[in-house]
Design a protein around this ligand. Structure first.
Ligand code: SAH
Ligand code: SF4
Ligand code: F3S
Length: 491
């Protein structure tokens, strides 16, 4: 893949080059990591000589946008230390950035580790690393130590910034290197990043979560909420824009509580206004909004903005006030519907999407019908529906009345049918209009088509060539095919 964030990475390369390996590694970050990147480079070069070919690294991401952004940071380090990026897991360094939000996320990782083991048997110097949310769970690490001893490196979410240092330890050790921290209050800036797309990028504005929804493992594996300094966020976005980015997605588990713990507190709406001022940036998205903290100020700022996209992901989880209380979501059905009404009044063209959990402990048919009722009232453009998954260590895991599997499955199917039906109708409402789209890629099935994204997050396919990628075009939406459009470029 082409080298992105080149200006920034070239600057970092110079700093790495200037490190003196005859001295002890610096104590200060990020300089310490630059030193280890230089050291790792040396080790990689030695290996290359020995094998007579370049070394390849593959980063595999599970989970949410936060993890995707973290993986770009991992890839940034691997690239700086001399690995060639590949999507093929038959590589010299493979790292899985894991997710543990639901049990099936964990199962996928174990399954694929079996496959990696078979590859490692053929390529014995292959390095296998695991990081991310799943590694923050002690029982996972125990299991890996016992049954997956071929893994070389395990670390967690809080010390990802010292990836270079950990790679050096793993390359120099013939045993499994494990480094997991319980929590951190640290945010390390100015580490390299290898972006997946040249024209758009995620930008972390905060880390961790303080909400402790009773079903959710995230606060336990991502630690306490920490907001990045607004100046660092703006500087990062300015740098991205200078490097060709036109769209950013501001990332946090609950972006609406951004800034509360800063020395000079600032609201998310205020941050958005600062981001809006950045010249050359044309689109701003954000994820995720917790309904309990979505302010009138934010609605007002969105309404008056030219850059903030017309889309809010507003996880409902359940439509039953009783279940919402058990979930510790701190809003009820009425408050949620009221919020949706306010948003729609201010921005009638807004697209709303959501997350819903089916089968939370104690959920009755009546509770479920409340969820169906909210779905019918709000009319989401799309919804991610999940079957409740018991996460050890969360309060919900020990709640009584876990709902039987067949009942959950039946509710899940009914809900899915409903959200799809409504989603189809809602998605088609712009048929015949001309909209601005950001072209993202060549269509994988038909090379004469390109695929772009509307402000409301829907995709449109239209005739065009690869030179349009990364550009904003005006496209007439000719026909809606369920959850995407076919269109025609008009400017
Ligand atoms: N911070 C975001 C959600 C992050 S997790 C928010 O509060 O909205 C993404 C989604 O996974 C959640 O919205 C929820 O719907 C789902 N999820 C989280 N824990 C789950 C569990 N134990 N079982 C099933 N789904 C879960
Ligand atoms: Fe999990 Fe709730 Fe935090 Fe979202 S807000 S990450 S659902 S605890
Ligand atoms: Fe999964 Fe961690 Fe994100 S548990 S959903 S990758 S914060």
């Amino acid at each position: 893949m082409e080298n992105k964030e080149t200006v920034f990475n070239t600057e970092i390369d110079k700093l790495i080059d200037s490190m003196d390996l005859t001295q002890e590694p610096p104590a200060k970050e990020p300089e310490r990591q630059y030193w280890f990147m230089k050291k790792a480079r040396q080790l990689v070069q030695e290996k290359e000589k020995e094998l007579g070919r370049p070394l390849r690294a593959c980063t595999v991401t599970f989970g949410c946008q936060m993890n995707s952004r973290d993986s770009e940071k991992l890839a940034g380090v691997l690239e700086r230390i001399g690995y060639v990026e590949t999507e093929d897991e038959n590589a010299d360094f493979v790292i899985y950035n894991t997710c543990t939000v639901r049990e099936n996320a964990n199962q996928r990782v174990y399954g694929r580790l079996g496959y990696l083991h078979s590859l490692k048997k053929k390529n014995p110097h292959m390095m296998i690393a695991l990081c991310g949310c799943m590694m923050q769970e002690p029982q996972v690490v125990e299991k890996l130590k016992k049954s997956y001893s071929f893994v070389n490196l395990i670390f967690g979410t809080h010390n990802i910034y010292k990836f270079a240092e950990l790679v050096v330890s793993a390359l120099l050790s013939d045993r499994m290197v494990i480094d997991i921290w319980k929590d951190t209050d640290k945010i390390v800036e100015d580490l390299p990043v290898e972006r997946k797309y040249p024209f758009k990028s995620g930008v972390n504005i905060m880390f961790g979560c303080n909400n402790f929804c009773s079903y959710c493992i995230v606060p336990y594996v991502r630690g306490r909420e920490r907001s990045r300094n607004p100046r660092d966020i703006i500087r990062e976005i300015e740098r991205l824009v200078a490097d060709g980015v036109v769209e950013v997605m501001l990332l946090g588990q609950n972006v609406n509580s951004y800034g509360k713990n800063l020395e000079e507190p600032m609201t998310f709406a205020q941050l958005l206004q600062e981001v809006e001022k950045i010249e050359g940036l044309t689109r701003i998205r954000f994820m995720t909004s917790h309904p309990k903290d979505l302010s009138d100020e934010l609605i007002e700022v969105m309404k008056n903005s030219r850059k903030i996209c017309r889309h809010i992901h507003l996880p409902l989880q359940s439509g039953s006030s009783r279940i919402l209380k058990l979930m510790n979501r701190r809003y009820d059905k009425e408050k949620y519907l009221d919020l949706v009404r306010k948003i729609r009044e201010a921005m009638p063209d807004i697209s709303l999407t959501t997350d819903i959990i089916v089968g939370f402990p104690g959920e009755t048919e009546e509770d479920f019908l409340e969820t169906m009722d909210v779905v019918e009232k709000v009319r989401y453009d799309s919804a991610f529906t999940f079957i409740y998954s018991k996460r050890t260590g969360t309060p919900a895991a020990v709640m009584e009345d876990q709902v039987p599997e067949d009942v959950v499955k039946d509710r899940f199917d009914r809900l899915l049918k409903k959200v799809q039906e409504i989603g189809r109708e809602m998605s088609s409402r712009d048929t015949g209009t001309v909209q601005e789209v950001l072209v993202e890629e060549q269509n994988s099935q038909d090379p004469h088509l390109v695929t772009g994204r509307l402000s409301n997050n829907l995709l449109v396919h239209f005739p065009g060539d690869v030179s349009l990628i990364g550009q904003l075009c005006k496209v007439e939406l000719l026909e809606c095919k369920g959850f995407y459009y076919m269109g025609r470029k008009v400017g």
